[in-house]
Design a protein around this ligand. Structure first.
Ligand SMILES: Nc1nc2c(c(=O)[nH]1)N[C@H]1C(S)=C(S)[C@@H](COP(=O)(O)O)O[C@H]1N2
Ligand SMILES: [Mo]
Length: 388
């Protein structure tokens, strides 16, 4: 265990009171492998994201070269919102649990805060990340605090007819349907009752030891570890159990992946609603200290077994996992010693392999080549750098 492991774990356990200890340890120990060393520098990537055409939707993103912390601070955490930020008054806000339940519930924020509290460190990625030229940093890792969802559903008494659970957000906007009907639709997502009952799902009111910040869904959001960002409904106001499939805008029209495949010489099309995360990795930064170059990056979306790096499309070479966390839902950090970095332009590609044998696909892999929509773009990422 490195110093940074110790400080990170104690920080998570004891909160900000451990911050004093953190700086003391950092002074006595070496910097963590993922941190740009004192006296070192980051060589910026030559390829940079395109200008953001929708700053009101993609409000904030991670700048990869600046990645210097395993936990993403609330100030740096990416923000995606599809409608205007809702105005919520904590004193009048409540959460309802309704539909196919024997005992509908209405809970205040205090009711929820007074229940059993649970933490989970979970890396959220927007499923559109890497699918659009300007969306390359829609991923972050935070420790979320909340109350487990399953006991609340049990208390509400889900009826035998209940099969699906909708999570309703307070935010709403206009959606045009078939060029005919305009409705004001609330942001909402659903999952099966069985998926909703997973013990890791939280109704979260805390983010990295602070109340959920307004743009991350204050006062309450769903945290569904292992799911893409879109499932983690912010500004939660209602949980509704229904007896059929929910087909709202963000389930059945937007955030739908369309794949083309050949079956028995015939082209078939598959339409799926974005749901569980997929294995992925990215090179974050090239660091230089004295004359030594190293590459640091992250991998997430599955329990990660290993990460390999390819320079200039050469052979895959193993990277070292330096920060792994203690669950399958948080990203791992990796380092690669770039021994023979020669002056000039080079490409850097990373590839993650999961403990289940799942491998991050190459861009030409049929699963990606046949994909027509930009969601779930988990292919290998290649960055370009110029070594001086
Ligand atoms: N109510 C509501 N919840 C939402 C959204 C939204 O627009 N409204 N955006 C979703 C999407 S697409 C993503 S990627 C994540 C982003 O969470 P963050 O802004 O806290 O990073 O929130 C999800 N939850
Ligand atoms: Mo998203």
């Amino acid at each position: 265990m490195s110093h940074s492991d110790i400080t990170r774990r104690s920080l998570l356990k004891t909160g900000s009171s451990a911050l004093a200890g953190l700086s003391v340890l950092r002074l006595t120990g070496p910097a963590a492998a993922f941190q740009t060393p004192v006296g070192g520098e980051v060589i910026p990537w030559l390829d940079q994201p395109a200008e953001n055409p929708v700053p009101q939707v993609a409000v904030r993103q991670l700048a990869w070269e600046e990645l210097d912390s395993w936990i993403t601070s609330n100030e740096d955490f990416f923000i995606i919102k599809h409608y205007d930020e809702p105005v919520i008054d904590e004193s009048t806000w409540s959460l309802t649990i309704s539909g196919h339940v024997s005992t509908p519930l209405t809970l205040t924020l205090d009711d929820i805060r007074n229940r059993l509290s649970q933490d989970v460190t979970f890396t959220i990625e927007c499923s559109g990340n890497s699918g659009l030229p300007f969306l390359t940093g829609a991923v972050g890792n935070a420790t979320w605090t909340g109350t487990p969802l399953a006991p609340l559903l049990e208390e509400a008494g889900v009826l035998d007819t209940g099969s699906e659970v909708i999570f309703w957000g307070a935010d709403a906007g206009e959606q045009l349907w078939r060029d005919e009907i305009t409705v004001t639709e609330h942001f909402a997502r659903s999952m099966s009752l069985q998926e909703a009952l997973a013990s890791e799902n939280l109704l979260a009111y805390g983010m990295n030891g602070e109340p959920l910040p307004p743009l991350h869904g204050f006062p309450l959001r769903l945290i569904a570890p292992g799911w893409y960002g879109v499932a983690n409904v912010k500004w939660l106001t209602g949980i509704e159990v229904i007896d059929h499939r929910y087909q709202g805008h963000f389930m059945a029209r937007d955030y739908v992946t369309i794949r083309e495949s050949e079956q028995d010489g015939e082209t078939t099309w598959m339409f799926t609603s974005v749901s569980h995360a997929r294995i992925k990795s990215a090179p974050a930064k090239v660091m230089k200290q004295d004359d030594q170059y190293s590459i640091m990056g992250a991998a997430w979306g599955a329990e990660i077994a290993s990460v390999d790096v390819s320079i200039d499309s050469g052979d895959w070479q193993p990277a070292t996992l330096t920060e792994t966390g203690d669950n399958a839902w948080s990203w791992v950090f990796w380092n690669f010693n770039w021994e023979a970095a020669t002056p000039g332009e080079h490409t850097v590609t990373s590839r993650a392999t999961g403990t289940a044998g799942n491998v991050q696909p190459a861009p030409g892999d049929p699963i990606l080549a046949g994909k027509k929509t930009y969601w779930e773009s988990n292919g290998e990422i290649t960055r370009t750098v110029v070594i001086p």
